[in-house]
Design a protein. Structure first.
Length: 352
């Protein structure tokens, strides 16, 4: 073998060298992939926060024109829908502020030309995808939207006191059925009071995010969170899929335009800390479940406060003692989280 032949032979990779290169590449990919995923989630979270910011501004612009916040159910804009008025959600009145004037006009025209017109019977509602109401971190919401459904990830704060059967406690929430809450009524401070928060769309199965534990005894009115929390074990809600109704996808966040006793569509209650379980007092979720704020962002949820500021709330925020019943007057029994949900509780706390 000549010197020239040896040099040509040594120019090739050996099997060991090739394996080393592959190992190095694999290690680099393993190091870079989490960073890439984190960057993508950061971008999605930024989009989500911007969506909430725009929704908050639309609500505040509405209050500036009407001198009250939009009603979560029975808005004054729906004048002839009779019984069905209660099902029109708070987003509809603020559509012009979201640059959806044409959608707003079409909904009002359809709702006010007949009696008992439900929002899900109006094509301007059921065919309108609202990208500004979807969090890109929620894969279910994205899939539903692309499939022609009209989900939302942004829910109105209904206060820190569970309500059922039409009961309303104006001093606990900026929104309620037929409400006319003014900014000056929020005496706890606009920058310390929740306007809207995130919620993931409903899913079947045992996941805490998007799942509902049904038939929880005593889960109504001033219920103790411990009743609901007792159903959650090991990251799952148990027992969960035990009936046909529990096996179906729940209606949480499925209709951006609807509310009423179907509160799961666009309402949440700051009773249980973010990303905690959702429970229902009945064997179905659509009208009897109380939605807990949740998201697929690591560690918490985004919210918009009544001054328009957007904040990220850690899922470990103080939510009071689970064994305590709720209070419909005075300071919240739900810790800092509940205090952010009430508008006239008189609590003293720091949002940061």
């Amino acid at each position: 073998m000549t010197i020239h032949d040896r040099r040509r032979f040594r120019a090739a990779f050996t099997l060991v060298e090739l394996l080393v290169v592959i190992a190095i590449i694999g290690t680099l990919v393993g190091l870079l992939l989490p960073a890439v995923q984190a960057a993508r989630e950061s971008a999605r979270s930024s989009v989500c926060m911007n969506n909430l910011k725009q929704l908050g501004l639309a609500v505040l612009n509405y209050e500036g024109r009407k001198r009250c916040l939009p009603a979560q159910g029975s808005p004054p804009e729906i004048v002839t829908a009779n019984w069905a008025r209660q099902y029109f959600g708070f987003v509809i009145p603020v559509l012009p502020g979201l640059e959806e004037q044409a959608t707003y006009d079409a909904i009002l025209k359809a709702a006010n030309t007949g009696s008992n017109v439900w929002p899900w019977g109006i094509s301007a509602c059921t065919t309108k995808r609202m990208l500004s109401l979807e969090c890109p971190s929620d894969p279910k919401a994205v899939a539903l939207s692309l499939g022609g459904s009209t989900p939302t990830n942004y829910f109105a704060n209904m206060g820190d006191f569970l309500q059922f059967g039409g009961g309303t406690y104006a001093n606990r929430s900026p929104f309620w059925q037929g409400s006319n809450c003014r900014l000056k009524d929020i005496t706890d401070g606009l920058g310390k009071t929740l306007m809207c928060g995130e919620g993931v769309t409903g899913t079947a199965g045992g996941s805490i995010r998007g799942g509902v534990a049904l038939s929880v005894s005593g889960w109504q009115w001033d219920a103790k969170p411990s009743l609901c929390l007792a159903r959650a074990t090991g990251g799952l809600i148990a027992p969960f899929v035990s009936t046909a109704s529990e096996a179906a996808d729940f209606q949480i966040g499925m209709k951006w335009y609807a509310t009423g006793d179907k509160s799961v569509f666009s309402s949440f209650y700051p009773v249980i800390a973010p990303n905690g379980p959702i429970c229902s007092r009945d064997s179905y979720s659509s009208g009897a479940a109380y939605v807990t704020a949740s998201s697929y962002h690591p560690g918490g949820v985004n919210v918009v406060l009544c001054d328009g500021a957007v904040r990220f709330i850690n899922e470990n925020i103080d939510a009071g003692l689970p064994s305590d019943s709720g209070k419909y007057t005075g300071a919240s029994a739900r810790g800092v989280w509940g205090a952010m949900g009430s508008i006239q509780g008189g609590e003293v706390f720091n949002v940061d």
